[in-house]
Write a protein of this length. Sequence first.
Length: 307
Amino acid sequence: MLQDPARATAEKIRKLEIQGARNVAIAAITAMETLANQTKTDSKKEFLKELLKAKETLFASRETEPLMRNAIRLIINQVEENPEKSVRKLVGTVSAASQRFLMDLENSKERIAEIGAKRIRNKSVVFTHCHSSTVTNLLKKAKQEGKNFDVVCTETRPLFQGRITAKEMLDIGVKTTFIVDSATRFFMNQVDLAIVGADAITSEGNVINKIGTSTVALVAQEARTPFYVISELLKFDPDTMYGDYEKIEERGATEIWEDSPSKLIIRNPAFDVTRRDFIHGIICEEGIISPHSITEVMHRKYSWVFK
Ligand code: RUB
């Protein structure tokens, strides 16, 4: 029997075998396409039911992932709005929508790197937190352009995503210093700018990213170090526009302490909220924008997310 691609992918996302908002969205889109290709039904109603079930499974894998949600909603909308009754043709609709989304995502990543690399000055020191593929892609671009810069990155407790960042930087020949998260204040005066990725952007322009990001932003402001968020616009969560709070995923205690004393309360939020006032700019595919302008930019560029 064929494996359910939505369940298999959701499991990998939950376990963080697939990590970072972009990679999560790419895996989820691919799962939707595979699932559509595997369908045995010839009824449009049944086909839509299968897609909606996969959507639920994937949405539940991690709560703070609007890029994945925007992508899946778009794919399903295209099927719902298609007057076509033939499932075979609707499978084609899913494929086309998935491929287009992935291509747009790739183009955005490249555009962000082009724009953001200009902010990396020769001989500068760049601070980053966690692992964001959008951030490391930007740094790779700056390196390709011949810029010489150093990176300071946090280890990112509890799951050490900073090690992925550190290895990627070493692989491209960037001098990299690896620090514990609590050394952020110690090093902030020694760097020229701080850049981080995003999991979600709210309608107020606040940014949700790996736990500890808001501390990096706070410390950066105190040290007068520019703090930028590097993100595709589609990490915007349209639900926040209509009053919902972005949910912050809370993960298991054993990630922090495997055999902790039984009465100990351990909390493990995966993300935190950085208020827009601490953000110099969001570097996105439309340029460097103020977090205050996010809703207006979204209306201009991706009005479909508000539907
Ligand atoms: C990863 C994280 C990243 C964003 C952006 O958290 O917070 O900064 O997801 O990444 P986790 P990208 O490891 O818990 O998924 O730029 O790759 O989308």
